[in-house]
Write a protein that binds this ligand. Structure first.
Ligand code: DON
Length: 588
């Protein structure tokens, strides 16, 4: 028999082929992440920002887990746990910290919502410490005025609630003293932290709008800072110290209140001392529904949590997991149509329940959802309406912030906080160093006039004295067999509700790992404009084309929401931070 010989040339080709094969296998391995004991493909996941290791965006632990959009805030949360703090102390400490490191997103001049769960009692609580319209505000205050009036400067500022909310919740449910909880943030403001690319960019983009005293802080010596520089906020440190010593009294009754009222009212804004003296946090029970064996608890109106629950009710009418396995385009088409209908409700009904009647029990009922989705056409998108589809959604930036915390017993906190658009009103309170919100823009300036996120609202969200503007922020907790399973939420303007919705679907219906549930490409439809926005990694080309064939007007682009979630399963705590953001999860 002839020996098996190959020529020199052939052996060279063989060698090259084997090297290429090994490189291919290696690169396939590179596209896999080991998460929760599973090999997960990165194919449908959004890639982390430049230089960020995806492995730093998910974590496991036993005792505590926190996920935030700020490395420093997550570290401070963990530090407070190690000092003996409970989940609430951790969340409140991280809230103050993030107000130092993400002034473009949130801060003590803003407002927010918080949902917490007490494992021992099995009870959950919801807090609304969002901005209120000043008492002299009125429905026509922006009528015929340039858009900037509700977005920039003193006229756009609502009465801030963050300090009242955080101080009250920490006092009620925390273990440590307020001083202990705020102290690391005072240090962070005083000694500074390293500016990261997103902050440097936000400063650059808002420079033209900033007041002179704001420029003194964010453009020291008149120069735009670069990533890697240190940001010092001495005045903010002073204000945080006052809060740590006096709680919320100086902020709402004393010297900070007087300075705030004086500065805003003399510069054309509507906030007076009375507005601050009368500020009250609203406390209640979260809204709740059962969804496929899970209890979903979310924030009450004027949060959009109620619409999140209606959307889940509509989704419940189909077996989603098998629909997803059978045809991704059918799944995404159905999901988009549910989003369209949920956001339509928001546009018409959304507002402050103390001023407008919101039929909550109807919106949470299965009958209502069934009726609402009855006209679903599996072959074709239902146009939102011809006149609405002509308007455009303004490009936005992912501001606001979210913090999720869970401990070994299943105590949990989910909180979303904001100064609204990038750097809020772009003014800081002189001498106190905190950015004032521009949340008045979240009201409907007039029925049908879109806000900065392209969201429309109706009479239900008109401006009235003392009223709270409608919000997309929807901090949410999911329980399974009476114990917390998932804590989730996101910043991202109009994208928030759909991101939280998909976070629930990814965890509950599709059983993905927690990191996949924050990093997966997402879709978004907000009724108006009548367009389906999709991220590249969300689907493959075939699905994309099938959705187009169903007459969706597809816009490929970023999803501006960033999910920060934690999960508890079989005694293990998991944390995940959105690769679209700047934060990390940390646990112990
Ligand atoms: O409450 C709201 O709906 C808005 N103020 C949230 C703003 C936000 O998430 C900013 N990010 N794009």
């Amino acid at each position: 028999m002839k020996p098996f010989l190959i020529s020199k040339r052939a052996s060279g080709i063989l060698l090259l082929a084997s090297i290429l094969f090994l490189l291919f296998v290696g690169s396939c391995k590179k596209n896999l992440l080991l998460i929760e004991g599973r090999e997960v493909s990165t194919h449908n996941l959004v890639a982390p920002k430049f230089g960020i290791d995806p492995n730093s965006l998910f974590a496991e632990s036993k005792n505590i887990m926190i996920s935030t959009d700020s490395r420093e805030a997550s570290k401070i949360g963990l530090e407070i746990y190690k000092k003996g703090g409970n989940a609430v102390d951790v969340a409140i400490a991280a809230s103050f910290a993030v107000s130092v490191t993400r002034p473009q997103s949130t801060g003590i001049g803003g407002g927010g919502f918080l949902v917490l769960h007490n494992a021992k009692s099995g009870k959950s609580y919801a807090f609304d410490f969002r901005e209120r319209a000043p008492l002299t505000a009125n429905r026509n205050m922006y009528k015929g005025k340039p858009k900037e009036e509700s977005l920039l400067g003193y006229k756009s500022v609502g009465v801030p609630g963050t300090v009242a909310g955080l101080v009250l919740i920490q006092k009620k449910f925390g273990k440590l003293s307020l001083k202990e909880v705020i102290s690391p943030s005072i240090k962070l403001a005083e000694e500074g932290f390293t500016i990261y690319p997103d902050l440097a960019e936000a400063i650059q983009e808002s420079e033209k709008d900033m007041s002179p005293s704001m420029k003194n802080i964010f453009l020291p010596k008149g120069k735009l800072p670069e990533a890697g520089d240190i940001l010092f906020q001495k005045d903010l440190a002073k204000t945080l110290r006052i809060i740590s010593e006096t709680g919320d009294s100086e902020f709402y009754q004393g010297k900070i209140a007087k300075a705030l009222a004086e500065e805003v009212s003399t510069k054309g804004g509507a906030i007076h001392l009375k507005d601050l003296q009368k500020y009250k946090v609203k406390e209640g029970q979260p809204l709740e529904i059962e969804y496929r064996g899970h209890t979903i608890r979310t924030m009450f109106p004027p949060s959009s949590g109620v619409h999140l629950l209606t959307m889940l009710r509509m989704l419940e009418t189909k077996e989603l997991h098998s629909l997803y396995d059978f045809s991704q385009s059918d799944y995404y088409h159905f999901l988009a149509e549910v989003m369209r209908r949920g956001y339509a409700d928001r546009a018409v009904l959304g507002g402050d329940p103390e001023y407008t009647s919101i039929p909550i029990s109807t919106l949470l009922s299965s009958e209502y959802a069934k009726e609402k989705i009855e006209d679903f056409n599996p072959q074709k998108a239902t146009p939102s309406s011809t006149y609405l589809s002509r308007l455009n959604l303004k490009a936005e930036s992912p501001q606001t912030t979210h913090i999720s915390v869970i401990d070994a017993e299943g105590n949990a906190v989910s909180t979303t906080q904001s100064v609204n658009y990038r750097f809020g009103a772009a003014v800081v309170l002189d001498g106190y160093g905190f950015v004032l919100n521009d949340t008045m823009d979240d009201f409907s300036r007039s029925p049908g006039e879109p806000n900065v996120y392209g969201l429309i609202g109706a009479e239900a969200n008109s401006i009235q004295p003392g009223k709270t503007p409608l919000s997309s922020m929807s901090p949410t907790i999911v329980l399974k067999n009476g114990e917390v399973f998932l804590v989730t939420g996101a910043p991202g303007g109009s994208y928030i509700v759909n991101a939280v919705l998909q976070s629930i679907l990814f965890n509950v219906d599709l059983h993905l790992t927690l990191y996949e549930s924050v990093a997966r490409g997402r879709i978004h439809h907000q009724f108006f404009p009548d367009a389906l926005s999709m991220e590249g990694p969300a689907t493959d080309t075939a699905t994309f084309n099938q959705l187009k064939a169903k007459k969706h007007e597809i816009r490929l682009g970023n999803n501006y929401a960033k999910l920060f979630s934690v999960k508890r399963e079989n005694g293990i705590l998991y944390g995940a931070a959105d690769p679209r953001g700047d934060g990390i999860p940390l646990g112990e």
